[in-house]
Design a protein. Structure first.
Length: 482
C-alpha cells in the first residue's frame, strides 16, 4: 500500500519534482492558467475536513495540486507532510482506512506524528461508504493533526456523506466548498489584463447590487466607453463558457475542438450510468430542456413529451443531473412568505454555456461544433437566452455557492413574470433580463406593480438609473457588481 501512495506523491523524492506532476505540467503548458478563488477559503493549518465539489472537468484535481505546490513552498513544511491520493482504485471504506493508516504509520516512522499533515483525497465519492472510514479515523483521534480536502463531482454523495459526520469536521466556518466554472469577471482577468486592471481600479471589490445608488451609478458610467471591447470578450465567453480547457482550446484558432466537448460528454454519460439511469431517457430530457430554453415548465410536460410513465421519472433524472452540476433548478417564490413554491412551474439553467453546447451537440449528433455554435449565436434570440443563463449562473455563484443546496435565487410568475428574485436575509431584489436594444424602464412595470422600490434590468447596451431602478448592460453588471 505504501508504494501506491509513493507513486502518487512524486514530491516525496524531492519537493521540486512537483513541477513534474502531470496536472502541474499541463497547467504550466497552457496559455491561460486559473487559480480558483475557492482555494483562498481553505484553512488547513488546524484540524479540518473540507469537501470540494463541482462539475466534471472544471479543474478540481488541478486545484488540489496548486494547493499542494503552495504547501511544499511553505517554510518548515516537510515533503512527507503533504499527501495526495486519487481514490479511483479504492473499493470501500475498509481499504480507505488501510490507506490512511499506512500513511500515518509511515509518518510515525519518520517521527513526524506531531507535525501538521495536509491530506488531499481526490474523487473520494468513488469509494463505497467512504464516510465510515473518515468517521472511524476521526473518532479514534488518528486525524487530529490533519487538515483534509475531499473532492467529488456529485453533490448528493458528498452531502449524504457529510451528514453522517456531525461534529467531526473541525472548527471551520463553511466546510463544504463549491468550485464552479469561471465567471465573466474571472474570464476577463485572464484574457485581457489591461481592461480588467482598469475595472479593478474603478470598482475594487465590486458594487453591492442591493445598495445601488447614484455614486455607484457614476462609477459604472465611467466604464461605459469600454463596452465595445467588452462586447467582443462577452461573445467569446458565450462560446467557451468558464471551463479553462475550453478557453485554452479556443485561442488562438477561435475554435473549440470536438474532443473537448466529447470528453465532458463521456464523463456525464458515466455519471448517468452510475446513477442507474437510462441514457436514452436522459438524452430525451436534455433535448426537451434545450427546447424549453429559459421558460417555466412542469415535470408532467416533459413526461408527456417523451412518453415516460410519470413526472417522478423526469424529476429523478433532473435531480441526477443537478447532483452532477450539469444544471440547477430554479423555483418560484411567494413574495409574501418569502418561501419557495416547490409544486409550481419551475425553470432549469445549465451551469455554463460550455455545458449547453456539449449536451446540445450530444443530443443532436453535431460533427462540427464551431459551425453549429456560430449559427446559434447569429440569432439575437439565442444570445438573449444565453444571457439569461449567464445571469442565472452569476447569481448562483454569488449567492448560492456558500450553501449550494439552500438556494437564494428564485423567479416569480403570476400572470406576469420576473426572471430572478434574489433573497438576502429578509430582503428581496428583482432582476429582469432584456438583452435587446432600447431596454426601457417600462420593462420593469411588473416589478413596480408588485411594490418593489428598487430593481435591476440587464440590458444589451443601455445604462440608466431612475428612482432606485437601474438599467445596466450585461457586461458592466457582470464585471462591476457583486
Amino acid at each position: 500500500m505504501i508504494n501506491r501512495i509513493i507513486n502518487q506523491n512524486i514530491w516525496w523524492q524531492d519537493k521540486s519534482l512537483i513541477s513534474h506532476d502531470p496536472k502541474i505540467r499541463e497547467m504550466n503548458a497552457q496559455r491561460f492558467r486559473r487559480r480558483p478563488q475557492v482555494l483562498e477559503e481553505f484553512d488547513l493549518d488546524r484540524f479540518a475536513v473540507y469537501t470540494l465539489r463541482g462539475p466534471r472537468q472544471v479543474g478540481k484535481t488541478t486545484a488540489l495540486k496548486i494547493l499542494i505546490n503552495d504547501f511544499l513552498k511553505k517554510e518548515g513544511v516537510l515533503k512527507e507532510q503533504v499527501m495526495y491520493y486519487s481514490c479511483d482504485n479504492i473499493d470501500d471504506y475498509k481499504e480507505l482506512i488501510e490507506l490512511l493508516e499506512t500513511y500515518l504509520d509511515y509518518i510515525k516512522k519518520l517521527n513526524l506524528q506531531k507535525k501538521r499533515l495536509y491530506i488531499f483525497l481526490d474523487e473520494v465519492t468513488s469509494v463505497r461508504d467512504w464516510q465510515k472510514g473518515i468517521k472511524y479515523l476521526v473518532d479514534t483521534g488518528k486525524l487530529s493533526q490533519a487538515g483534509m480536502v475531499l473532492t467529488g463531482s456529485n453533490a448528493a454523495d458528498l452531502r449524504k456523506g457529510m451528514e453522517r459526520l456531525p461534529g467531526r469536521r473541525g472548527k471551520t466556518g463553511g466546510p463544504d466548498k463549491i468550485m464552479l466554472p469561471l465567471t465573466f469577471r474571472e474570464y476577463v482577468s485572464l484574457i485581457n489584463q489591461d481592461i480588467f486592471s482598469h475595472f479593478v481600479g474603478e470598482i475594487a471589490g465590486g458594487i453591492d447590487i442591493f445598495t445601488l445608488d447614484r455614486s455607484a451609478f457614476k462609477t459604472m458610467l465611467s466604464l461605459q466607453p469600454h463596452l465595445g471591447e467588452l462586447a467582443i470578450l462577452y461573445e467569446q465567453f458565450l462560446i467557451t463558457g468558464g471551463f479553462i480547457t475550453a478557453i485554452n482550446a479556443y485561442f488562438p484558432e477561435h475554435e473549440v475542438g470536438y474532443a473537448v466537448y466529447e470528453l465532458y460528454q463521456q464523463w456525464l454519460r458515466g455519471d448517468i450510468s452510475k446513477a442507474g439511469r437510462n441514457e436514452r431517457t436522459a438524452r430525451q430530457i436534455i433535448n426537451e430542456l434545450i427546447t424549453i430554453a429559459v421558460s417555466a415548465f412542469g415535470w408532467e410536460t416533459i413526461a408527456k413529451k417523451i412518453g415516460v410513465a410519470t413526472h417522478k421519472t423526469v424529476s429523478e433524472y433532473i435531480e441526477t443531473m443537478e447532483d452532477s452540476f450539469v444544471l440547477k433548478t430554479l423555483y418560484q417564490i411567494d413574495i409574501n412568505t418569502r418561501r419557495p413554491r416547490i409544486k409550481k412551474l419551475k425553470k432549469a439553467y445549465f451551469l455554463d454555456s460550455f455545458i449547453l453546447w456539449s449536451l446540445w451537440g450530444w443530443v443532436d449528433n453535431w460533427l462540427v461544433y464551431s459551425d453549429n455554435v456560430s449559427r446559434s449565436l447569429a440569432s439575437t434570440g439565442m444570445k438573449a437566452r444565453l444571457t439569461e443563463q449567464v445571469i442565472a449562473n452569476e447569481l448562483f455563484y454569488r449567492f448560492d455557492r456558500p450553501d449550494w443546496l439552500n438556494s437564494r435565487i428564485f423567479f416569480w410568475k403570476n400572470g406576469g413574470e420576473i426572471d430572478f428574485i434574489v433573497k438576502r436575509e429578509r430582503e428581496l431584489l428583482p432582476v429582469e433580463v432584456k438583452y435587446q436594444k432600447n431596454a426601457e424602464f417600462p420593462d420593469l412595470r411588473t416589478i413596480k406593480k408588485l411594490g418593489f422600490k428598487r430593481g435591476i434590468l440587464i440590458s444589451r447596451d443601455r445604462l440608466e438609473m431612475e428612482d432606485g431602478f437601474a438599467i445596466i448592460p450585461v457586461e458592466i453588471f457582470l464585471l462591476a457588481t457583486r
